[in-house]
Design a protein around this ligand. Structure first.
Ligand code: T3D
Length: 262
């Protein structure tokens, strides 16, 4: 365990708080490994039925800790391909591959890999005062942590290129208008709203929600025929779940469903 990522599990919601507030929760190796370990735990632990990711203090995450990349400290030029492959990319893959909802509450500035980790989450809420910055261009790097993929895919090339080439901050409300995030909410309401959403998703039919996530993520590269086949197969699986039987029974009994996630 590491205090760089605070973790607590409460009624199915694994809340993860990036916790290096003095550095705007920028990523050092310890924090990257701790985050990865927690997302792995979310994969493995049946008691986890949703993840809520946020940041401590006034920022969400300022990307890579540049103090760890100071060229004046001497030593060899860092191999950033290696650090992406070792520290960032596995976490991105784990978030996208987790068949449980991942909610991100962007409580303040999200820059570089910090912004792009947020975009990899399933539902992103942001405080109105938060901004997303593709800071890479300011230091001679390229958008990583899946950013080139999600920005191009979600926004299309014109907006993706402008954000990435200029590193202009994108305010939360505009990010919501552009469909890059789910919504911007009043700062004071962010955590309550995100926790409520995470809580209700954690009480949901986890198996079906996980299959839904897989299906929607597959749509971008599937043909319609492939997608229809996949819907057939995954609906077959969902239709055999205990939660489907419970959902239909509860509807017919005119009472709220009590899902177990299976
Ligand atoms: O290296 C690899 O492995 C490749 C992977 C790369 C992934 C990446 O994410 S590259 C991009 C790295 N991130 C950045 O370039 C962003 C750098 N930060 C900023 O541009 C600004 O801090 C913000 C726009 C995010 C916020 O600005 P502001 O004015 O609200 O806050 P600030 O005063 O700049 O920052 C507050 C403190 O956090 C400050 O420390 P101090 O002076 O109070 O002791 C600042 O140095 C520190 N901080 C912020 N970001 C980082 C950081 N320290 C280290 N690394 C940071 N990324």
């Amino acid at each position: 365990t590491s205090d760089t990522v605070l973790a607590s599990l409460d009624t199915g919601v694994l809340r993860l708080t990036l916790n290096r507030p003095d550095k705007l929760n920028s990523f050092n190796e310890e924090m990257l490994l701790a985050l990865r370990a927690q997302i792995r735990r979310a994969h493995e632990d049946e008691a986890v039925r949703a993840v809520l990711l946020t940041g401590a203090g006034r920022g969400f995450c300022a990307g890579q800790d540049l103090g760890d990349r100071d060229p004046r400290k001497g030593g060899p030029v860092p191999d950033l391909g290696h650090t992406l492959e070792t520290f960032y990319n596995p976490t991105l893959r784990l978030i996208r591959g987790l068949e449980k909802p991942v909610i991100c509450a962007v409580n303040g500035v999200a820059a570089g890999a910090g912004a792009n980790i947020a975009f990899a989450c399933d539902i992103v809420l942001a405080a109105k005062s938060a901004k997303f910055i593709q800071a890479f261009a300011r230091i001679g790097l390229i958008p990583d942590a899946g950013g080139s993929w999600s920005l191009a895919r979600i926004l299309g090339e014109p907006r993706a290129k402008a954000l990435a080439l200029t590193a202009e901050p994108l305010p939360a409300e505009k990010a919501a208008d552009w469909g890059l995030i789910w919504k911007a909410v009043e700062d004071a309401e962010l955590m309550a709203e995100a926790a409520k959403l995470a809580g209700s998703l954690a009480a949901g039919p986890t198996l079906g929600l996980g299959l839904t996530k897989r299906l929607i993520q597959a749509a971008a590269t599937n043909s319609l025929d492939e997608q229809l086949d996949m819907e057939r197969d995954l609906q077959q699986q969902a239709g055999r779940s205990a939660d489907y039987a419970e959902g239909v029974t509860a509807f017919l009994d005119k009472r709220p469903a009590r899902f177990t996630g299976k």
